[in-house]
Ligand binder design. Sequence first.
Ligand SMILES: [Zn+2]
Length: 253
Amino acid sequence: MPEFRFYAELGDFLPPALRGRSFTREVAAHQSAKHVIEALGVPHTEIGLLLINGEPAALNCRLSPADRVAVLPTLHCLPPPACGDSAPSFVADAHLGRLARYLRFAGFDTLWHNAWRDAELVALAAADGRIVLTRDRDLLMHRAVQAGCYVRGEDPLEQLLDVAWRYSLDLQGGNPGRCLECNALLRPVARSEVADLLLPGTLAGFAAFWRCPDCRKVFWRGSHWRRMKASLEVVACRLANARPEAMGRHHGV
Ligand SMILES: [Zn+2]
């Protein structure tokens, strides 16, 4: 039987008894390495490198009884898949609304709707080459999901740190902000154009305004903006100093 070992945080997906050690598994002739690995609970999107007898191998390869299979996680220094030189874009599942808002605030194209079902998420990701963000590993195992990220943690800022680390996102890169409600790129707008939409105190207290071209919502840099900006700065600072150990990841091998 082939021998398997999963390294670093990939162990989180395994039953406890299989973490941090080698073990054997019966493999049927028709099964690919990907099939066996996902049957053990590890989504293919989380795999950075597959080694068979010490040599890099494709996920769809077939295994022989004497093979030694090592599975390593995705590393943040690898380029984002299918993104070329442009910033990665995302589609987030229904439970990640606050993460989606932070990503939009930082300027990253992030689709999210609380009513989308799995099939819609997968179709949107496939259509635009988006990375699926989810805490549902079954969704990541969907055949049509090319790029995905299992988001760890419950806190949206911890989630943001995880995603930003993995995809080397520059959270303070000066990206134009996006509408927190609908993801469209915000456009600067003259005060006179929004004067009759805002309270007098808001109008008098701020010099610059932005408007969403799609949902028409008006934005300014008030207390909500400052709170989100401060949170983003904290995450960016942690990211600049981040090593996996410092982020609370489980790196025991
Ligand atoms: Zn909008």
